[in-house]
Design a protein around this ligand. Structure first.
Ligand SMILES: [Zn+2]
Length: 367
């Protein structure tokens, strides 16, 4: 018998998020209604120094479009979206600029939205993922940094280089390409990956074909995620995914001795997670009835969890005898929760967890 933590919340196989850099007000024309229609939350990356203003940044393709203001961003938060810091100025961040671009931008955005900002998103290109920038992100209380590297993120990856899939009409020369609504999905299914798409502001046609897609292409992508993902994809904002990721990586499961003999439990060695996360199973203590083990107790500790983690649930899977799978209940902090039978002998429950939460799994009594 053992208790382990699922690689992703709800036991989902892979994860999908999408980000819209620059947080332009014209997202209301196509993207936001589309998200409402499909029930998928989005995420915007704000150039804090031009919040609410018409964009005026170098020779940006999006100059002339208006950035959302604080009220509009708060409206997105209320719809379940997330907001990240896309720097103060969208310029190349030198070591002298990190206070303004990373620290001050975070504070101003938090003040305007009344919500803590835990994600940095590199403006321009990966130049702004330089060591001094990432070091500042760590020092100023971020929990992750998003890059422009087109790759998946895995359950064991570190979070200060998060990859994003470019959802663009086509790529820059010499790597010409055609739009692919299936991009990275098959691999995400195979390796339990987390896709984060990125684009800017899909309209009738892409504002810049190497930086954006059209609204029709966006719709195709969201429909493909849902049709390929079925019940196996978890669609969530990066903040929630990153929270789960940190909860899983910091959690340790300890067996708690039950009322029965100390040696009633069996040792578990299959707790190692895909992607190298270390939280896993435990050696169980058990209570016995008539010589048979009738319950298992565990304690989950989170000694080093960063204070800023906003969402604190874990999905737990317990390996149990077949008899325990009849109408199963799992007790978390003295509260009985209905558990799901996911495979023969495997129960699953998703629950809020704090440092020291106790979980009891036991045979269900007949009424
Ligand atoms: Zn940008």
């Amino acid at each position: 018998m053992s208790l382990s933590i699922s690689p992703w919340k709800y036991g989902k196989r892979w994860v999908y998020s999408i980000t819209y850099d620059e947080a332009l007000a014209d997202l209301h024309r196509f993207a936001i209604p589309m998200h409402e229609e499909y029930g998928i939350p989005g995420h915007v990356e704000v150039v804090v120094g031009q919040m609410g203003e018409v964009r005026n940044i170098g020779n940006s393709s999006f100059n002339g479009y208006r950035h959302m203001n604080a009220d509009e961003l708060r409206d997105l938060l209320a719809r379940g979206w997330g907001v990240g810091n896309h720097s103060w100025s969208h310029e190349i961040i030198t070591p002298e600029m990190v206070d303004r671009e990373i620290d001050q931008a975070k504070e101003v955005l938090e003040e305007a939205l009344g919500e803590s900002i835990i994600l940095y998103c590199s403006p321009g290109d990966n130049t702004n993922m330089a060591d001094h920038v990432l070091e500042a992100c760590r020092n100023y209380g971020y929990l992750g940094a998003m890059s422009l590297t087109d790759a998946l993120n895995l359950p064991g990856d570190e979070l200060f280089w998060i990859n994003r899939t470019a959802l663009h009409d086509h790529y820059y020369p010499p790597f010409y390409s055609a739009y692919d609504p299936y991009r990275n999905i098959r691999q995400a299914q195979a390796v339990q990956g987390w896709i984060i798409d990125y684009c800017h502001c899909p309209l009738e046609t892409a504002v810049h074909p190497n930086k954006d897609c059209s609204e029709a292409q966006l719709r195709q992508r969201l429909e493909t995620v849902l049709s390929e993902g079925g019940d196996s994809v978890w669609c969530a904002v990066p903040e929630e995914v990153l929270s789960y990721h940190l909860m899983r990586r910091h959690a340790r499961i300890e067996a708690v001795a039950g009322d029965g003999p100390e040696d009633a439990g069996t040792s578990d060695d299959d707790g190692e997670m895909a992607g190298g996360a270390t939280a896993g199973g435990a050696t169980a203590g058990g209570a016995t009835v008539g010589g048979n083990i009738s319950s298992q107790r565990y304690r989950i500790v989170l000694p080093e969890l960063p204070d800023q983690v906003p969402y604190r649930s874990l999905t737990l899977e317990a390996n149990v005898p077949a008899a325990w799978c009849r109408d199963p209940r799992v007790t978390v902090e003295e509260q009985e929760l209905a558990a799901e039978v996911v495979r023969p002998g495997v129960l699953r429950v998703t629950t809020l967890v704090r440092d020291g939460t106790e979980v009891e799994v036991r045979a269900a009594p007949r009424s």
